[in-house]
Design a protein around this ligand. Structure first.
Ligand SMILES: [Mg+2]
Length: 129
């Protein structure tokens, strides 16, 4: 059964491919998680600089306006986002970016294409820690 809105965790999904964002959203909302979807790095940063509630971030690396790495670097400098879990969504062949993200404080990684089920399990696991 879905829990009340007040109990839901808020997940910010940052991905420029609308289809991927939508799939993630549909899956997580079964979770129950409340999902907010943005499609570029600039919008993500605007959201993250605000006091808006965000409990976890799913962050694609290749994004318009500011890359996922730029977003990660900046959000880790924000005192209120310092500890927020960030799962990076990476493509095959982005090993160097992955290493950089780890240095910048990424919590976890998922390589595309991933199953929505696996993503949900990973998120549940992070909140269970
Ligand atoms: Mg992308």
């Amino acid at each position: 059964m879905p829990t009340s809105t007040a109990d839901s965790r808020h997940v910010l999904v940052v991905d420029d491919e609308p289809y991927i964002g939508r799939i993630i959203q549909l899956k997580l909302e079964q979770g129950p998680y409340q999902v907010e979807l943005v499609h570029d790095g600039r919008s993500a940063l605007e959201r993250l600089r605000s006091a808006h509630r965000v409990d976890l971030i799913l962050l694609d690396i290749m994004l318009p306006h500011a890359s996922g790495l730029d977003v990660l670097a900046e959000l880790r400098r924000l005192p209120h986002r310092h500890e927020t879990p960030v799962i990076m969504l990476t493509a095959k062949g982005q090993e160097a970016d992955r290493e950089r993200a780890a240095q910048l404080g990424a919590t976890d990684f998922l390589t595309k294409p991933f199953s929505p089920k696996k993503l949900l399990a990973r998120i549940d696991e992070i909140f269970a820690r």
